[in-house]
Design a protein around this ligand. Structure first.
Ligand code: PLP
Length: 410
């Protein structure tokens, strides 16, 4: 009989969002007249920028004529998009990344999940806690995580981000091969300064580790001295891969487009040949086998983000979400709650009241204010006692939620 891949079957069921959904469903059935507002989702709500729509409509027209029709795209992305990314996201910021180091893809989720295929099965992995679950689950699926005991995987090193350390993770106190970092962070909404990130780069240089840097929320950074790319940090191109996405930057969650940067310099050791292997070429080979590129229409839409109007338009939308974050943050702080994030990030990380657990606070908010958020403990042990709100709802819903939350008193 066919046997299952046990690495997949030992994956823990992700109870978090399923449990949130089932609690909300039960509440709505019992209280059909209550207007429940969700500040839990990590999905955007505002429409695409007009420049993107226009560019995609034009691209559809290109597809209607034999002379301009496009079939399979290049695996790495079309030059017209690669050139814009290299110029606006890197070179104009003084970072020397060229088009050959960029791979356009259908999402940072798939790239951050797939990248681990390039590494040996006994590579030691470190993640932040709380954490975006994809980094952990993809390593579980690969058989790299060990056993699940007391809420943690035995072979994974957890770097806790807690109030006590200002949400700045300590460096691993053992030698690890891979470190997943996500900044601005999901779920805590916190950031690292250049100096703080430099410490991780220095650790990686010293220990020959690789940093996998997820910058999916980079466009929300508003404060100075917060790096928009890990390559702003000295020597990071020797130790880091970077993931960026148009999902939150430009409302592309439903369109699907992202990119990954693998500097030419990056190499890892191959045991069989005793040679160094170039990571950029290894990823190209992997993508060429398992991925057939991002559609022409989508890439034209993404390119339009970099036009003068496009940049203004997406910036306005990000400001809209950040204003939502500010409204919520002010309300919660006025009520005496402790709130992190929400300044360079769409996420607010809120300390529960009266020592409630994350799930107790979830029930309390749902039952008394008809507001849904995400329990922090669902992102990892270190998230217990915290709660994540997102700022992606419409302004009307954010204001309504905020008016209700004014009655919340610590
Ligand atoms: N990385 C982080 C940290 C995220 O929070 C998300 C989405 O919520 C993603 C990646 C997924 O990005 P994409 O839509 O490009 O797959």
């Amino acid at each position: 009989m066919l046997l299952s891949n046990e690495n997949h079957t030992k994956l823990q069921t992700n109870y978090l969002f399923a449990q949130v959904a089932s609690k909300v469903k039960a509440f709505k059935e019992a209280n059909p007249n209550k207007n429940v507002i969700s500040l839990g989702i990590g999905d955007v709500t505002q429409p695409l920028a007009p420049s993107c729509i226009e560019a995609m409509q034009k691209a559809v027209t290109d597809m209607s004529k034999a002379e301009t029709f496009k079939g399979y795209p290049e695996y790495e992305g079309y030059d017209f998009l690669l050139e814009k990314i290299a110029k606006y996201d890197y070179q104009d910021r003084g970072v020397n990344i060229d088009t050959k180091e960029i791979f356009v893809s259908d999402g940072a989720k798939s790239d951050t999940a797939n990248i681990q295929e390039l590494f040996s099965n006994d590579a030691k992995v470190a993640v932040l806690d709380p954490v975006y679950p994809v980094y952990v689950d993809s390593n579980v699926m690969a058989g790299r995580a060990g056993e699940f005991k007391n809420g943690r995987w035995s072979n994974i090193v957890y770097l806790e981000c807690k109030e006590e350390n200002g949400f700045i993770p300590a460096l691993p106190n053992e030698k690890v091969d891979i470190i997943y970092l996500c900044y601005p962070n999901n779920p805590t909404g916190t950031v690292l300064t250049k100096d703080e990130l430099q410490k991780f780069v220095d650790y990686a240089l010293k220990n020959e580790s690789l940093i996998l840097f997820d910058a999916a929320y980079e466009a929300f950074i508003r404060e100075d001295n917060i790096p928009h790319s890990i390559y702003e940090i000295k020597d990071a191109d020797k130790v880091a891969i970077e993931f960026k996405s148009f999902s939150k930057t430009a409302g592309f969650t439903g369109v699907r487009c992202a990119y990954t940067v693998i500097p030419n310099e990056l190499a890892i050791f191959d045991k069989t040949t005793n040679n160094l292997v170039n990571l950029n070429r290894l990823w190209y080979r992997r993508q060429a086998t398992k991925f057939n590129g991002v559609s022409y229409i989508t890439q034209r839409g993404a390119e339009a983000i970099y036009s003068e109007n496009g940049r203004k338009e997406i910036n306005n939308t990000i400001n809209y979400y950040l204003e939502n974050a500010k409204i919520l943050k002010n309300t919660l702080e006025d009520s005496g709650l402790t709130v992190y994030g929400g300044v360079n990030s769409p996420y607010l990380w809120v300390k529960t009241i009266d020592n409630m657990t994350s799930w107790e606070f979830f029930d309390y908010l749902l039952n008394n204010f008809y507001i849904v958020g995400t329990p922090g403990s669902g992102f990892g042990k270190a998230g217990e006692g915290f709660f994540r709100f997102t700022s992606f709802a419409s302004r009307e819903k954010t204001i309504e939620a905020s008016n209700r939350l004014k009655l919340l008193k610590k």
